[in-house]
Design a binder for this molecule. Structure first.
Ligand code: FES
Length: 96
């Protein structure tokens, strides 16, 4: 799967830099966090509480809960969370 952003005819805000489990990631400010993580190749966002299998964004509209991550220590849905500079994102948690 190729993970690229459309560039023709699109104007985006300046990039914001944030941390994902200590790794620096940049994405347009305001872009949905789930989209920014996918563009960075980070598709496994959390672990299934039953089998521990990786889960990732599915619906991208706040319904499935598969994109749950932590941002600055709070549990959020990555698809509904806009990217902002300095945010501290944690992946791999379980939603219980
Ligand atoms: S991808 Fe379904 S709630 Fe975020």
């Amino acid at each position: 799967m190729s993970l690229v952003r459309v560039s023709n005819g699109v104007t985006r805000p300046a990039a914001a830099t944030f941390a994902v489990d200590g790794m620096e990631v940049s994405a347009p400010a305001g872009e949905p966090l789930a989209t920014a993580l996918a563009a960075a190749g980070l598709l496994g966002l959390r672990d299934s509480p039953r089998g521990g299998t990786p889960r990732g964004a599915f619906c991208h509209m706040g319904l499935c809960q598969e994109c749950v991550v932590t941002v600055d220590g709070r549990i959020v849905q990555a698809c509904l969370t806009p990217v902002r500079a300095g945010m501290q994102v944690g992946l791999g948690g379980t939603l219980r």
